[in-house]
Write a protein that binds this ligand. Structure first.
Ligand code: NDP
Length: 337
């Protein structure tokens, strides 16, 4: 069993030496256990938070723990009444090639419905994040303008497409011409703007002639600075992620305190700024999401792109790249064929 452990807490961007790879014997299932062989491991930005002791909504991983993560696995051996050998399940087994489970939290996947890797992306946690943040907080109306950054990624790609399904205009922000072309041409966003462009704020303003009604916040930083002046009265801002700051070593840069200005604008423009963690909506809405998103994927209205990296040993490097925008689509490690 190959496992990747948290070796050290990163200072700034994670480095390969913050991870340790080890090989131990495959565990033996006892009565009530299933032995899972991991097929796919999801790499997600939240894992940066688990590597750190900074205050967060979830406890950090301990040094020496297996790195946490969502996985798709095949039941190799079952000593559990509800599972048989060969079942494919969604599990939360982390960065390793085998895991034992008592069955709690496993969800069986039907390979006939969709490729099973989609349970980590468009039909999984990132897709639900997009669906819930956009529809339950953003509430886009037909004709409104919805803006989302990291628009070629797992969450952002779904946000823009669902906005269009609901009749809104979708403007994506992505890093580089290739990602922008994909967002516009393959995903059908109305416009896509490269945040690396020197005149990015002006390009964004030009792409939003009627202002912004919903800004789905994935990144923060310079992108937020460009978006904020364009928010319309009664704009909604689901705050989903702030990836531009995940490797920051101090809470904010130096400079004057701009919070009073921000608060005044929230007041005078009646802005709704609402943070969320997708799990808060899961119990009430996940079934509806799976029904709707499953149908949209089936009809081709909701497309997705997977960035699949071969081999568990490459997970640290791929994860480091995710925080720098080197992934193109939902980042997944193929752990076993
Ligand atoms: P993505 O697949 O979109 O990959 C991350 C992308 O972020 C990169 O490809 C890059 O895209 C962009 N990025 C990285 N650094 C910067 C930067 N400094 N400035 C601008 N963009 C940057 O990841 P996900 O779709 O999985 O996650 C998107 C966001 O959603 C993250 O912030 C994540 O933490 C958050 N999230 C929140 C959840 C919640 O419950 N609140 C649940 C799941 C995700 P590009 O090259 O285009 O800039």
């Amino acid at each position: 069993n190959t496992r990747i452990l948290l070796a050290a807490r990163p200072e700034g961007a994670p480095k390969p030496s913050d991870f340790r790879i080890e090989d131990i014997p495959v565990p033996e299932p006892r009565d009530g256990d299933v032995l899972l062989k991991i097929l796919y491991l999801s790499l997600d930005p939240y894992m940066r938070g688990r590597m750190s002791t900074a205050k967060s909504y979830a406890a950090p991983a301990a040094i020496g723990d297996v790195m946490p993560g969502g996985t798709v696995a095949r039941v190799e051996t079952s000593r559990h009444p509800d599972f048989v050998e060969g079942d494919i399940v969604l599990s939360y087994s982390g960065w390793q090639s085998y895991a034992l489970s008592k069955g709690a939290g496993l969800r069986k996947l039907d390979p006939a419905v969709a490729p099973v890797s989609t349970a980590l992306g468009v039909l999984g946690m990132p897709g639900f994040t997009a669906w819930s943040g956009l529809l339950l907080i953003g509430e886009p109306k037909p004709g409104e303008t919805v803006v989302v950054a990291a628009a070629s990624g797992a969450v952002g790609s779904a946000v823009g497409q669902i906005a269009r399904i609901k009749g809104a205009r979708a403007v994506g922000i992505a890093g580089g011409p290739e990602k922008c072309a994909y967002v516009r041409d393959a995903l059908g966003f109305d416009a896509a703007i490269d945040h690396h462009a020197v005149d990015f704020p002006a390009q964004l303003a030009a792409a939003c002639p009627n202002g912004i009604d919903v800004y789905f916040e994935n990144v923060g930083g310079a992108v937020w600075e460009a978006v904020f002046p364009l928010l319309n009265k009664h704009a909604r801002v689901p705050v989903c992620g702030l990836i531009a700051g995940y490797n920051a070593t101090s809470p904010s840069g130096s400079g004057p305190d701009r919070l009073p200005v921000l608060m005044r604008e929230i007041l005078s423009r009646s802005l709704l700024i609402r943070g969320f963690i997708q799990t808060e909506f899961a119990a009430a809405h996940e079934a509806q999401f799976l029904r709707e998103a499953g149908a949209w994927v089936g009809s081709g209205q909701l497309r997705y792109k997977e960035d699949i990296v071969e081999g568990l040993a490459n997970a640290p490097e791929a994860f480091i790249g995710l925080l720098e925008g080197r992934n193109f689509g939902k980042l997944i490690i193929r752990v076993a064929p």
